[in-house]
Design a protein around this ligand. Sequence first.
Ligand code: A3P
Length: 318
Amino acid sequence: GDGHHQELQNKIEKLLTTLPREYIHGLPHFQYEGAWYPSMAVPGVISSQQLFQADESDIILATLPKSGTTWLKSLIFSIVNRNRYAPKDSPLLSIHPHDLVCNIELEHFRDGVPQHLEQLSRPRIFNTHVPYASLPSSIMASNCRIVCVCRNPMDNIVSYWHFVSSIYKSFFIQPNPIDELFDKYCQGVHYYGPFWDHNLGYWKASLEKPKNMLFMTYEDLKEDIHFQTKRLAAFLGFPFSKQEEDEGLIEEISRLCSLRNLKSLDINKRGLNKLNLPVSAYFRKGEVGDYANHLTPSMVQKLNKVVLQKFAGSGLVL
Ligand code: A3P
């Protein structure tokens, strides 16, 4: 009830004053349970841990920002709703992917209280940026499905920098060069980082619980979208039938969700999404290896060293 919510709010406010803080790219971040969060995300992270009620049919998309969130939101929505909407009538044609599938901590629990949960159709699809160890306890206790998409850290940091820069530009603020953001990224001090905790947490969980956890990579999706879309659908419990496959439905869905298509839609070109961020900032180049155009060889060497050291022995290659 309200009393309980108020009590939780008070606890969160008290906790906030005790958390380590850092300014990253000019924005305040807090460290909570080992991860760095933009300050506006923290109340939602803490309250959703306690208040989010997972359903067995829920689908949780777990991502580090700039790893393929927009792509997977679109693909998952299209796969599980393909009997409600044919690709040509898809809500994706008129709604930004981030307004179609929302983030637990940033949107559903933004002010510390649950919101916008009632109107969701089943299966519900959610996104979260928290690391595996910080997922709401009801997700851990349920059998719901978790999909994680990870991306090579070099491309991840470059994409992150472009994203932050384009937001700055939309508010007529001169963006900073990549250097400072890059150094902090290597130390794990970034938006929902350290990236190694995020990637390794979900990677290990996928090995331990393959029925509940699917681990995907941006690079694999780029390499063979047909195969990965099929694999994703099968994991979600919505496998494509022989007939659907013969009719070209997999191609149709992957074309609908492609960067080229989504980027070309008016709805994704102008204006702000529900998070008040420019909708166009989510669609850029979508290439593997773009980091070579933005990082110096010594930066590449430095981050490579961190990656090799952190991922050593895990079997994870990104
Ligand atoms: P680049 O900045 O390298 O172009 P997220 O969706 O997690 O915020 O990640 C954004 C990155 O995914 C950006 O990468 C963006 O261009 C790319 N992206 C967005 N939509 C995509 C899609 N439908 N298919 C492939 N890549 C996409």
